[in-house]
Design a protein around this ligand. Structure first.
Ligand SMILES: [Zn+2]
Length: 67
């Protein structure tokens, strides 16, 4: 399986949508945990990286890469 690439500022789609009906999340913090902000209601969640990688469906918008 192809390894998914993601980074800070990317907008991603998850396997489960947020209860507000939106399935677009922006990555606003990267680290051991990933902080995501729902693009529908602006609610933010903090989830462990491995869990995020498991539930990531696809990256919708790639933010500019800064390495
Ligand atoms: Zn939401």
């Amino acid at each position: 399986m192809e390894r998914k690439q993601f980074g800070l500022g990317d907008v991603v789609e998850m396997k489960k949508q947020h209860p507000c009906g939106t399935n677009q999340w922006k990555i606003i913090r990267m680290g051991m945990d990933i902080r995501l902000k729902c693009q529908g209601c602006e609610h933010s969640v903090l989830i462990p990286r491995h869990k995020f990688e498991k539930s990531l469906k696809k990256v919708l918008v790639h933010a500019e890469e800064n390495k």
